[in-house]
Ligand binder design. Structure first.
Ligand code: CR1
Length: 755
């Protein structure tokens, strides 16, 4: 017995039934912290450090209770006291330590690494305000600092601190730690977040997220990805990155020495996985520490580093493959700039004349991915198609010289959070049908035996309806938004980016709006839900948000259409919102321009929760289609080869598509008088011009096929039992997308941790 009432009395001198949600949350937080603080860490000679700019960990209470085996007991005690975990969790603040798929992947990985009992910690920064809190005003995105640290958190302050020697000053770090218990493991790993005591929120200008970018001591860990559209922003990002990796490298070396390393054998003790290019400075930093602090000569330091560091690439978008002017790096940390120059000279000597693999290009710009590939021992992509594109296109010049370094590790998601914690009813449904072995091995294929079992299908249908009900309540309670709980729930949630093509779905909405106006009433009302943030400096992405919000208001105010079509943009989309949206979704929108979405992981979460996917042949969608079979998914659009060719030959002309009879009126509607009533002409005209003249991510190329497939999907939804049968088939085949499988692959091929 946990006896929560005793704890409540001791802490608040009241029984549970008289506590507020925030107080109950505090009781449970302390209970879990007590347990995990007492648990031993995973052991092993070799230890992994997973360095990442983002860890989008979400709220931790339910997940931790689940992993500790306390979930059912706590749920029962709360119920007996007239409340529930869902209600109590409303009092938990979601940590603002990440933004997108890259950060959420890191969080799923931490859960799986701990669950497999492997010795591996996450290392990152303790951002005080994350990216930003998004809200909408006048149908535009607005910003607020996303406060989370003034609520009770899971952070433990450690006494570990390092000196980080920048060119102009040295800063002392403070390390905070979050326990990461594995599922049924009895051991923990940690997420280790470095910070500065001198950081000062007061420097943020009232009512904005602006601050003095040059005041490094006070601003260093305020925000994730501070605006880098000017030089001071560039410098700040370099300050952040170097601060993160210098601490990580010092920590890894110190712990290796404690476990018995003599530094020459560091690679037997340490493996560092760098999550995208943001932590790449760890390579020159390791070399600096080995040579200056540990007395190793340069050649050997390079060799040691090369055996320690492995790199994951998460995108082929040029904008995200980081490049920094050498002079900027020099200004922040001259020693690191000098080491990079030396590393570049070695590359030059080894591959003379091969400009494509140079670290420093002709304009003295440093290519971070080049450092990571030359001076790491492994590079992997995050889905089969993505890895092929890296090998054959984007990174082909590197692949030619280092074929043995390349491998694929298709992403995965943790079923603990994305099924057991966020969809308990579905989880119970599965337990009742096939037992609980899947909790360990993620194998759900025995569910296929129920494909034609009407009772099971009706049960599954009822669970989806309940989750829709819960979503409707949540949207109403938190935002006053009313949705039809019996409508079809059609969801696109992800960062806002042209390549993800939220604008294509917006054009479809314009199509549907006119169809309904013309009297073609859908058999079931439709609710289309968006969620996601646009980077503050990304104008077109903000214009796309504006278009969707304006359409939403237009439709809302049109009494002919409003009963049948509703468009919702959920503000400040995050993990907590995803946990309502994904279990409730009927349709998952995975409609990126083929070749551009490295993997996607939302796609896997929707599949696992029984949504059917509308997809382009991109990223992990391709593998999802392989696992569920093409009859249980809705593919459309040009192939990645076709798109890669179009780019290579500069052969895409948006005007050609714009002029098509079915497309032109949809695009023209963006600048119509009707929409102008709800919109800002400048934004709508700019977007219109962009789509008709540039359309770099080809929103128009697949639009006609998209319209056809959407119509087909909605009409097939009318056969609820057959729809639910295919939903079951999707769930049953999701096992491959467990992050445990992904982590087993990383460990077998790259990390070689023993447990
Ligand atoms: C990719 O866009 C992928 C995640 C995790 C993202 C997405 O397709 O699923 O990484 N990349 O691998 C990213 O955020 C900065 O790059």
């Amino acid at each position: 017995m946990l006896n929560l009432n005793e704890r409540a009395q001791a802490q608040f001198e009241k029984p549970i039934s008289e506590l507020s949600n925030a107080e109950i949350y505090k009781v449970l937080l302390d209970l879990v912290q007590e347990k995990t603080n007492a648990m031993p860490a995973n052991q092993g000679k070799r230890k992994l450090y997973y360095i990442s700019a983002e860890f989008l960990i979400g709220k931790l209470l339910s997940n931790n209770l689940l992993n500790l085996g306390l979930y059912d007991e706590v749920a029962a005690e709360l119920k007996a006291n007239g409340t529930s975990l869902a209600e109590v969790e409303e009092a938990e603040a979601e940590p603002s330590l990440g933004n997108g798929g890259l950060g959420r992947l890191a969080a799923c990985f931490l859960d799986s690494i701990a669950t497999l009992g492997l010795n591996g910690d996450g290392v990152g920064l303790n951002y005080h305000f994350g990216l930003f809190r998004q809200y909408f005003e006048n149908n535009e995105q607005s910003y607020e600092p996303d406060e989370w640290l003034d609520h009770p958190t899971w952070l433990n302050k450690s006494d570990i601190s390092y000196q980080v020697p920048f060119g102009k000053f040295t800063l002392n770090s403070t390390l905070y730690e979050i326990n990461v218990p594995g599922y049924n493991q009895g051991t923990i790993n940690k997420l280790r977040l470095f910070d500065l005591d001198s950081v000062n929120p007061e420097i943020i200008e009232e009512g904005s997220i602006d601050f003095d970018k040059t005041d490094i001591k006070e601003n260093l860990t305020l925000f994730l990805y501070p605006d880098d559209s000017d030089r001071n922003g560039n410098l700040l990002r370099i300050y952040q990155q170097y601060f993160m990796v210098s601490n990580a490298a010092q920590l890894a070396i110190q712990e290796a020495i404690e476990r018995g390393s003599n530094i020459h054998d560091l690679a037997d003790y340490v493996v560092i996985q760098i999550n995208d290019t943001h932590p790449t400075f760890v390579i020159p930093e390791l070399i600096r520490l080995l040579t200056t602090v540990h007395g190793i000569d340069f050649d050997e330091a390079v060799e040691i580093t090369q055996n320690v560091v492995a790199f994951t690439n998460h995108t082929i978008l040029a904008e995200a493959l980081e490049k920094w002017p050498l002079s900027d790096i020099h200004e922040v940390v001259p020693e690191i700039a000098e080491i990079i120059v030396a590393l570049d000279e070695r590359v030059d000597a080894a591959f003379p004349g091969n400009a494509a693999v140079a670290i420093i290009d002709k304009r003295d710009t440093v290519h971070m991915a080049s450092i990571a590939i030359h001076y790491g021992f492994s590079i992997n992509g995050v889905a089969a198609l993505h890895t092929e594109i890296l090998k054959n296109n984007e990174l082909n010049h590197f692949y030619e010289i280092y074929p043995e370094k390349f491998s694929n590790k298709t992403n995965g998601i943790t079923f603990r959070r994305w099924l057991m914690a966020s969809n308990p009813e579905l989880s119970q449904f599965i337990d009742d049908r096939i037992g609980t072995r899947w909790h360990e091995d993620a194998d759900l294929t025995d569910l296929l035996a129920f494909e034609n079992d009407e009772e099971a299908l009706l049960d599954l249908l009822r669970i989806k309806e309940n989750n829709k009900e819960a979503l409707a309540d949540h949207l109403h309670r938190t935002r006053g938004i009313v949705i039809d709980r019996h409508s079809i729930i059609d969801v696109q949630i992800k960062r806002i980016h042209e390549y993800k093509r939220q604008q294509m779905l917006a054009l479809y909405i314009i199509y549907k709006y006119h169809q309904i106006k013309a009297g073609h009433i859908p058999a079931t009302p439709i609710t289309i839900i968006f969620g996601g943030k646009a980077a503050p400096a990304y104008t077109i992405a903000k214009d796309i948000i504006h278009l969707i919000l304006a359409l939403s208001e237009l439709i809302e105010n049109d009494l002919d259409v409003a009963p049948y079509l509703k468009v919702v943009f959920v503000d400040n989309y995050n993990v907590s919102e995803a946990e309502y949206l994904i279990p409730a979704a009927n349709i998952s929108e995975q409609i990126s321009l083929a070749s551009k979405e490295a993997s996607g992981t939302g796609n896997m979460k929707f599949m696992l929760n029984g949504a059917l996917t509308i997809m382009t042949w991109d990223g992990a969608n391709v593998e999802i289609a392989e696992h569920v079979g093409e009859e249980n998914i809705y593919p459309f659009g040009k192939s990645s080869e076709e798109i890669v060719d179009l780019y290579a030959n500069n052969a895409y002309d948006p005007q050609y598509y714009y002029k098509q009879e079915r497309i032109k009126p949809l695009v023209d509607f963006i600048i119509s008088d009707e929409l102008a009533a709800y919109g800002i002409p400048e934004r709508l005209h700019r977007l219109y011009k962009d789509i008709t003249n540039k359309d770099y991510f080809m929103a128009l190329i697949d639009l006609e096929e998209f319209i056809d497939v959407k119509e087909k999907v909605y009409s097939e939804y009318e056969d609820r039992l057959d729809w639910t049968r295919r939903s079951l088939i999707n769930i049953a085949n999701a096992g491959f997308f467990s992050a445990d499988r992904t982590i087993e692959e990383y460990n077998k091929d790259i990390w070689h941790l023993e447990n």
